[in-house]
Each structure stands twice: as structure tokens, then as C-alpha cells.
Design a protein around this ligand. Structure first.
Ligand code: IPE
Ligand code: IPE
Ligand code: MG
Length: 250
């Protein structure tokens, strides 16, 4: 249902790309005396709600940090459960993604995922490839530093790039996100004020929004609040406030 708050969103000033560090599943579970896996399972409900809401609101790109390159170091039982949940999510949501004209994409060291997961992932990407309204990107086995290392390797392995020609766009083109706009709004749930190796290059000028809400409690209205907060900010990109105002007046 469209809430009152939602009507305050300026459709002309929507972030083109929203990236979310979905954090706090474990704490949500602990607060309820449940096991951590229950927190991850509950977090899936938030994923469903937020992906649908983003598409309804007209967001073109949403990226969810679902599993970091460092998360492999968690107990095997938790890693296994997360992989199972991921597979389950993809199988269950594919039809809805197609219905919602949402294209699935994935970034990270996908070759490190268990075969059963990467198979379902590849299939779902293929099945949803005609989605035109929104691109949902899952960051899986993803690390921002790993991404930069992989980009440098690709540049050095090829013979297309001469040292003199390297500029910022060269780096951008070799990142996993080459075909996406940079995130305008970066949301982190659970109150942690850190990037945890997420989109280090791409977030250079992202507006950061941290909420204490734990990911399993994060729903459509929280996304709406984050967008409204984003729209209230002045993005200066190094310019003075006066320069920005002059530009807006043009
Ligand atoms: C985020 O929740 C999910 C993943 C990192 C996979 P956490 O599992 O990190 O939850 P907390 O931070 O321990 O509460
Ligand atoms: C970041 O959360 C990774 C994901 C949300 C997938 P973490 O819970 O792994 O990050 P830290 O350990 O608090 O930095
Ligand atoms: Mg965490």
C-alpha cells in the first residue's frame, strides 16, 4: 500500500542506483533468542519487500551486499545455510522478478560459489535478462579490494591498455560494475559506520545513510525514509554550495 510518506518522494530526483549493506541479521536473531540462521531467513523477507518497493518507486538499479569475500571465514554451518538460502531465494523469486521486469545480475568472485548455487544463479540471470525496469545486483563473495585486484589483473593480462592511457574511466570499465551507474545512495542497516569492503571505488561520492534498524526489520517504509533523506541533501562533488545552486538554477 502506498503510504503518505511515499507521496513526498520527488520522482525527478530519484537515486539512479541504491546499494545496500544488509547487516544485523545475527543481532536480530540474538535479540529474540533465535539462532543466527533464523535471522538470515527473516532477512530474506526484507529482501523481497525492498526489491519490490524499489521497483515500484522507479529505482533503476539496486545492489544488495549479500555475502562478502570475508564472510567465507564464518562457521561452515552458517556459510552452508546462507548458500542454501540464496539458492532457495533465487528459485522462489525468479517468476516474480520476470513479472516485475527486473533483471538479475551478480558481482563478486562468483567462481568461488558452490556449483549448485552458481548454476541456479546463472539460470536466473538468463531467465530474467529481458527485464527492463530494474536491475537487481547481488554482491556475492564480493570484496571491493578483491574487485580492484581483479581489475588490475585483467588490465595487465590484456594488451589493450597502455600506461599513458589509464584514467579513471579505464579502472571503472574493468570493475565488475562496468555497465552500471555508481551508487548515489548507500544504505547500511544495523548502525555500523563502516563500508566493510563494499564498492570502495564506486562509492567515492555516494550519499551514505546509516540506520540502526536491523536488516530483518527493514521494509518499504524504511527505504522510503532513506530516499527522502537522500533528497534533502546537497551533493557538491567538491564544488562550493554557491556553485551547486547556480548550476541547479540553469
Ligand atoms: C548480515 O547480517 C548478513 C551477512 C553478512 C551475510 P550479519 O550476519 O552480519 O548480522 P550481525 O552483524 O552479526 O548482526
Ligand atoms: C558486511 O557485513 C557484509 C554483508 C552485509 C554481506 P559484515 O557483518 O560481514 O561486516 P562486518 O564484519 O561487521 O564489518
Ligand atoms: Mg554483520
Amino acid at each position: 500500500m502506498k503510504g503518505k510518506l511515499e507521496s513526498f518522494i520527488d520522482k525527478e530526483k530519484l537515486p539512479a542506483h541504491i546499494a545496500i549493506i544488509m547487516d544485523g541479521n545475527g543481532r536480530w536473531a540474538r535479540n529474540k533468542n533465535l539462532d543466527r540462521i533464523s535471522g538470515h531467513r527473516e532477512g530474506m523477507k526484507s529482501v523481497r519487500a525492498v526489491v519490490t518497493a524499489a521497483k515500484d518507486l522507479g529505482i533503476g538499479y539496486i545492489t544488495l551486499y549479500a555475502f562478502s569475500a570475508q564472510n567465507w571465514k564464518r562457521p561452515k554451518s552458517e556459510v552452508d545455510a546462507l548458500m542454501e538460502l540464496l539458492k532457495h531465494y533465487l528459485l522462489k523469486e525468479r517468476d516474480k522478478l520476470i513479472e516485475n521486469s527486473t533483471r538479475l545480475n551478480a558481482i563478486g568472485r562468483l567462481q568461488e560459489l558452490p556449483k549448485a548455487v552458481s548454476d541456479v544463479l546463472r539460470e536466473t540471470i538468463e531467465m530474467t535478462k529481458h527485464g527492463r525496469d530494474m536491475t537487481l545486483t547481488l554482491a556475492l563473495s564480493y570484496g571491493g579490494r578483491e574487485e580492484i585486484v581483479d581489475a588490475v589483473k585483467k588490465i595487465l593480462a590484456g594488451d589493450k591498455v597502455s600506461p599513458e592511457s589509464v584514467d579513471q574511466s579505464t579502472i571503472s570499465q574493468f570493475l565488475y560494475t562496468a555497465d552500471m551507474p555508481e551508487p548515489d545512495l548507500l544504505i547500511r542497516t544495523s548502525g555500523e559506520m563502516r563500508l566493510s569492503n563494499f564498492m570502495l571505488w564506486q562509492s567515492a561520492y555516494a550519499e551514505i545513510y546509516v540506520t540502526r534498524t536491523l536488516w530483518p526489520n527493514f521494509r518499504r517504509r524504511h527505504l522510503v525514509k532513506a530516499i527522502l533523506n537522500y533528497q534533502s541533501r546537497e551533493r557538491r562533488f567538491g564544488l562550493t554550495g554557491e556553485q551547486v545552486k547556480k548550476r541547479e538554477a540553469i
